[in-house]
Design a protein around this ligand. Structure first.
Ligand code: SF4
Ligand code: SF4
Length: 471
């Protein structure tokens, strides 16, 4: 077959990366970030928060069976899921803000995929050796050594997968109780199923998919460049200083050549297997390991550090044109991100501080819209739903306003007071309510429902309608 007749290959075969061990400022930072993020992740579900005898004392808990979310002093009902939307909006905008300032630091240091992959690579390195040994072992034939090393690596990956991914379940259950159940092999099958599913998804993502998650699955890596501008910190190779690159022997002159000695250490340590000297690439997660690698080489060859470094495009251009290098933190992009953070954060805080202890919802009957009684009065029917978010029963007195001489009747078997709505602690009550009034002059009147607790400290109102034929 001629070359022209060859089918076009749209996908290149993946070359697995075998990152080499490196030590330096950014590697240290990555270990610290890993310890801090994993520490918070494990400790958070074990924090306690006293909410009294009627509510769980876990500070952070998503209680699916009770349909409640707990976050320290905040208790979120399903009706208040907008708080979750607000938190997600805040998290997304905060991420945009950080990205516009410092590039992909989230990806390089704190993203769970990065953290867990780092941990998996560390285990792989401890058991199978550094880059060259791992490559040799992977390419070599199956031997006893290869079998036990692979078996041990994968077994430890599964254990880490269980300890990391599987630990999510602690956020959905009482953590100390669940831990005890796990220790005694008494985990309910529903929870056990989640532990298994999360363990294996972590095992697959961090053990096999690795950088492919960032390249093909994570939407953020695709659109994060939209947050970049000339003032964003990115990892870059200083081409003007490094080129022309080439091998360098001790004692050789540096005249007429660049500082890059073409040792490829920056490529060997890269967890995504790219060459940063080819320019900024979508695959780069800004982990800084190539900076550590190159700085070590520059120290060895006695050249200044920073051939690869965090820098802004603006500063690079300024340097080339002999202008002073200045980083502008405040610019239109960061200003707008900050403004959205402040506005959304402010709205959420206001909402939380003024959060009501109850809610009243009234739904007018659709059919019939009204009934004319034998004495000529008009009766409308309503469904009333009233929430009691407190931990005590509340008896609400219901009244209506807006239609002359209107009378309310609550239809409820066993209700201690027929003019009142009893709502048990931490629950929702449904009632059928009828409002009767002499025929009003208009076909549609506004009717305000008021539910007030006996003590008068909780008052809820709802603006509804009263329909009739009109005069
Ligand atoms: S190019 Fe450098 S900063 Fe980017 S992923 Fe590779 S090692 Fe990390
Ligand atoms: S580590 Fe530095 S010197 Fe070595 S190839 Fe990379 S850029 Fe060049």
């Amino acid at each position: 077959m001629s070359d022209a007749a060859q089918p076009i290959k749209y996908f290149e075969k993946r070359e697995r990366a075998y990152p080499k061990r490196i030590w330096g400022k950014y590697r240290k930072l990555k270990w610290i970030a890993m310890i801090v993020t994993l520490g918070i992740y494990y400790l958070a579900p074990f924090l306690r928060w006293d909410r009294g005898p009627h509510a769980p004392d876990q500070a952070i808990l998503i209680d699916m069976s009770a349909q409640r979310g707990y976050f320290f002093f905040i208790e979120i009902w399903p009706q208040e899921v907008y708080y979750l939307t607000g938190i997600l909006v805040l998290a997304a905008v905060a991420l945009f803000f950080v990205t516009s300032l410092a590039g992909r630091v989230w990806c390089g240091y704190t993203c769970p995929q990065t953290v867990w992959t780092d941990l998996f690579v560390w285990v792989e390195r401890i058991i199978q050796g550094d880059r060259v040994k791992r490559m040799k072992l992977a390419k070599g034939p199956w031997s006893l050594e290869k079998i036990w090393k692979f078996a041990l690596t994968h077994s430890l990956w599964i254990v880490i997968g269980m300890l990391t991914g599987g630990a999510w379940v602690f956020y959905f259950n009482d953590a100390p109780t669940l831990l005890e159940q796990i220790i005694h092999f008494e985990v309910p099958w529903s929870v056990g199923g989640w532990i298994v599913a999360l363990t294996f998804s972590t095992y697959l993502m961090a053990g096999f998919a690795r950088e492919q998650v960032c390249m093909y699955m994570c939407p953020y890596s695709r659109f994060q460049s939209a947050m970049f501008d000339k003032e964003t910190m990115v990892i870059g190779y200083d081409e003007d200083r490094g080129e022309p690159r080439g091998r360098h022997k001790k004692g050789d002159t540096w005249e007429g050549r660049g500082d890059c000695v073409d040792c490829t250490l920056c490529v060997q340590v890269c967890p995504v297997g790219i060459d940063i000297r080819d320019g900024l690439q979508m695959e780069c997660i800004a982990c800084g390991l190539c900076v550590d690698a190159c700085n070590q080489i520059m120290e060895k060859v006695e050249r200044p550090a920073g051939l690869i470094r965090y820098d802004t495009t603006h500063n690079r251009e300024a340097r080339l044109s002999g202008k002073p290098e200045i980083t502008h933190v405040m610019r239109p992009r960061t200003f707008w991100y900050m403004s959205v953070l402040v506005v959304v954060g402010g709205i959420m805080l206001y909402g939380l501080l003024n959060r009501s202890a109850s809610e009243l919802h009234v739904l007018h009957d659709r059919n019939p819209l009204y009934v004319t009684l034998s004495d000529g009065t008009i009766r409308n029917g309503y469904d009333i739903r009233i929430l009691n978010k407190t931990h005590e029963d509340i008896l609400f007195k219901l009244s209506v306003d807006g239609v002359q001489n209107a009378q309310v009747r609550i239809q409820a078997a066993g209700n201690p007071d027929p003019s009142a709505l009893l709502v048990y602690a931490d629950s929702v009550a449904h009632y059928r309510v009828f409002v009767s009034a002499p025929k009003p002059s208009t076909a549609r009147s506004t009717l305000t429902f008021t539910a007030a607790s006996a003590s008068g400290d909780i008052i809820e109102t709802y603006s509804g309608i009263f329909l009739s034929t009109g005069r």
